[in-house]
Design a binder for this molecule. Sequence first.
Ligand code: SF4
Length: 398
Amino acid sequence: MQDNIDSKTYFSTELLEWYDRSKRDLPWRRQRDPYLIWVSEIMLQQTRVDTVIPYFQRFIGRFPTLKDLAEAPEEDVLKCWEGLGYYSRARNLQAAARQVMERHGGVVPANKADVAALKGVGPYTTGAILSIAFNQPEPAVDGNVMRVLSRYFLIRDDIMKTGTRTLMEELAAGLIPRGRASDFNQALMELGALVCTPKSPQCLVCPVMAHCAARIEGVEETLPVKSKAKPPRPEYRLAALVEGDGEHAGRVLVRRRPDTGLLARMWELPHIPAAAIAGEGAGLPDGPAMDRLAAELAAAGVPAQPVEAFMDAEHTFSHIHWNLRVFRFHEAAGHAAAAGLPGLGLAAAEAGAAYETSGSELEEDSAEYRWIKPEDMAALAFPNVFLRILKQYSPLWG
Ligand code: SF4
């Protein structure tokens, strides 16, 4: 690691000058409201700026103050977050807003221990809130920042290791110019996002290129060193898109996921594991798969006729990769369905759910299964993969 004062001073000075000249006008940069900065930082985790901007604007339009967020129904918060993914971020954000209401009278605290104690707020977000909103000289080190520092200072340590992060945090803290923590941390993030990108860094236009050790050695594209994370485990699942009949005509059957775990309390199409035994393989041929889904639906009180294999869909979570085979079904005429659903296996049984068959007025929060019409989508939060399936089924559901 190159470690001389001139190189550090040069880095901080040039970076800030560049930022002052060319920073992007982003909605969360137009004020220093810690709540808004916090929302933006949570949204920006794992998500690109361009994607976040409309979500941020809609979110603060709906929840303009921390109090509004704390007092909102969770369903509204998830609906506002729908499509952004990593929904635990939204749940934690709301839980933390409630903590701020209870512990700090609704005012985002300005000290490290209190900020770090909030739900979903790790070392990066703590540093980002304290530095950006309160101009405190705290480092905010995420993957972008580690990439820049690895390259500029030629650090070859694995950035997946905790010790490397600690080293980077110490290094970043020492780079913050007096009184400029807010701008400096944002400048570092900005350089990582716009210039020192993961692939093909734009060294020729980089404000710190003259002293960048990786560029001088010609190894910028080999840094940072990052050991591979375990790949997500594949899961194969059979999903049913059940079209209603009779009193359910024009509606489809959806269910709410259990209160805890993956995608907690979000809505989805019913689905079951494709293989009876975990790890058994990618699942059944279409005929037996539809028979098995039909049997599950019947056991759940929804006699339905298989129509066709409709589509395949995939979704990657941090640790699981879903491969969904979706089949269309048509509710068997004349059956309004009965209560109780031992068969739908999965979430229904796990959650001890009750089956709701009286329509889709959405008045009964306790219902786990519902027949919904397209208008109901405005109030129910679905994970992206099911939004895609429903949209492909008909633009009405998009
Ligand atoms: S010179 Fe290249 S590698 Fe070095 S910090 Fe700038 S963009 Fe990154």
